[in-house]
Design a protein around this ligand. Structure first.
Ligand SMILES: [Zn+2]
Length: 67
């Protein structure tokens, strides 16, 4: 399992890009994806970066509004 990045040794996160696509693993630090065989597929796009940032912010807002 490509849990840790070979380049920076940070922990990777599993990311499901869209339905039907296989899970890819993202290194938040290097901003690149690998597949299950730890083969680098490509870098994270600016659009995907914004999207994950937006999702994180939404999640944090949701968490903050729970009480
Ligand atoms: Zn990395």
């Amino acid at each position: 399992m490509p849990l840790f990045c070979k380049q920076c040794e940070s922990r990777r996160l599993p990311v499901m890009l869209s339905a039907g696509e296989k899970t890819m693993w993202l290194c938040e630090k290097c901003k690149n994806f690998v597949d299950m065989e730890d083969f680098i597929i490509r870098e994270q796009t600016e659009e995907e970066r914004q999207e994950s940032k937006r999702k994180l912010e939404e999640f944090e807002e949701y968490e903050a509004s729970k009480d």
